[in-house]
Design a protein around this ligand. Structure first.
Ligand code: ARG
Length: 479
């Protein structure tokens, strides 16, 4: 699953006085034997939770600050801890300190490193805290940041789509149902449909973040703590909107991971449908667009090939994200309250979903930005599929005929056109009048595709005016 692309320092580090040994476990006191290497390898989460080092340290800084302010530990010790943690942060960030890949997890590593540096004082950091509420805090912090990053990437894509739509307000193309040509629209209208979908994604991510933005720290292992914690102070320091209201739930809740994976799965459904259309539009059968060389690939054997690999891979990668959602749901569905080790599996799944979506958007947005729209091919396809038949029927309705009769008469005209290899535009007026005497020369104006599109003034429709309004509103949403 998670391929480790985000690991910092993927090599083993031995701090000077633990050289050659496993880093001490935090919970060693009760145990008489050393941990088996196999147990540590299996149990350890450091390979995927080391990416939370920044959040772990920031969370610990806030916790230590509060412990000092609330008089739970001495002020000067709190200050030393904060100072020590800041130094560890700078050392990891600059590469001076590598994360020990034999540590049990990132929490153990940071606390161990602090204790090595500060001695007794370092051991006070974990007062009134458990790794259970610590890990719940760290994931929320990381995912808040990732959610914002993904929202920004979605906004970039939406903004590219709006620009492309502005350039294609007059680009007539067939709209499809059942992949059969149905009614005339513009390419701008089609692109704005994706903007509507992506704006819902933004809204969903915002909503997910609202419930994610609750501080679990202070829940302890499961039953809170007897220390007089100031949880609201920690929430303020870390930018959380509120604190969790039940300590059991505080450490057991991973709804925010599931919700994020669900929202990201829907993002991937949208990108995957879009990809499918890109793939079709690139084919010789459609030839509605051409992708830039920089965002296409060739074949090792067929010299003529130019393949839409990015779109295909995005479509394929949707499966990974759906898999991550399924994994999270399955991990959580059968575990009794409160923390169970099963929950350690949450991180690889949600990180994979987050990384996959980010990677897809990184490639997808410039692919769209640089594609060439083959307007003439779209216009030609629109001319051939009788996509103005509804408008022809509406013309008769305008002359007083009930819609059902108008529908039937137009159907007969289409059959004549197919027989004679003509279109509604090229069918002589005599043929129209032979089917129904309501027809006049003005029918040719009524079925002109440009008019058919621009008369669809209804809110949400394909007319230039309506699409301009859609673009305006979308730009307001992305700010
Ligand atoms: N690495 C653990 C996880 O990701 C941290 C929590 C450990 N808590 C415990 N009770 N073992 O879930």
């Amino acid at each position: 699953m998670y391929s480790g692309g985000y690991l910092i320092r993927p090599y083993i580090y031995h701090s000077p006085n633990t050289k050659g040994k496993l880093m001490a476990q935090l919970w060693k006191g009760r145990f008489k034997k050393e941990l088996a290497k196999e147990t540590n390898d299996f149990n350890s989460s450091i390979k995927f939770d080391c990416r939370m080092y920044e959040e772990d340290i920031k969370g610990s800084i806030a916790h230590a600050t509060m412990l000092g302010a609330a008089g739970i530990i001495e002020k000067n010790e709190s200050e030393k801890i904060v100072q020590g943690l800041s130094e560890i942060y700078n050392d990891i960030k600059s590469g001076r300190l590598a994360v020990d890949m034999e540590a049990e997890d990132i929490h153990t590593f940071i606390e161990g490193e602090l204790t090595q540096r500060l001695g007794q004082t370092g051991k006070r950091l974990h007062t009134a805290r458990s790794r259970n509420d610590q890990v719940a805090l760290d994931i929320r912090m990381v995912l808040k940041k990732e959610t914002d990053e993904i929202s920004n990437k979605l906004k970039e894509l939406i903004s590219v789509l709006c620009r492309k739509a502005e350039e294609n307000k007059d680009t007539i193309m067939p709209g499809y149902t059942h992949l059969q040509r149905a009614q005339p629209i513009t390419f701008a209208h089609h692109l704005m449909a994706y903007c509507s979908m992506l704006c819902r994604d933004l809204d969903r991510l915002n909503d997910v973040k609202r419930r994610m933005n609750i501080l679990p720290l202070g829940s302890g292992a499961l039953a809170g703590t007897t220390y007089p914690l100031d949880r609201n102070m920690v929430a303020d320091l870390l930018g959380f909107d509120d604190i969790s209201s039940n300590s059991l739930d505080g450490v057991s809740d991973r709804d925010f991971c599931i919700e994020l994976a669900a929202a990201l799965s829907i993002v991937m459904v949208h990108l995957s449908r879009f990809s499918e259309e890109i793939i079709m539009w690139c084919s010789w059968e459609f030839k509605f667009i051409e992708l830039d060389d920089a965002f296409s690939t060739g074949s090792s054997i067929m010299p003529q090939k130019k393949n839409p690999d990015i779109a295909e891979l995005v479509r394929g990668k949707s499966g990974r994200v759906f898999g991550d959602l399924t994994a999270l749901l399955t991990i959580m569905k059968g575990i009794a309250l409160a923390y169970n080790k099963d929950m350690q599996e949450d991180k690889e799944a949600i990180f994979d979903a987050v990384d996959t979506v980010k990677m897809c958007l990184n490639a997808f947005t410039p692919m769209i930005d640089t594609m060439t729209v083959l307007k003439d091919n779209m216009r030609n396809a629109a001319a051939k599929g009788f996509i103005n038949a509804t408008d022809c029927a509406d013309y008769l309705v305008g002359k007083g005929m009930p819609f059902r009769d108008a529908y039937k008469a137009t159907g007969e005209l289409v059959a004549i056109c197919i027989d004679k290899g003509l279109t509604l535009e090229t069918l002589p007026i005599s043929e129209y009048q032979a089917v129904c005497n309501f027809f006049d020369e003005d029918v040719y104006t009524a079925i002109c595709l440009e008019k058919c599109v621009n008369d669809r003034l209804v809110t949400g429709g394909p007319s230039k005016k309506s699409v301009e309004e859609q673009i305006r509103k979308t730009k307001q949403i992305i700010g």
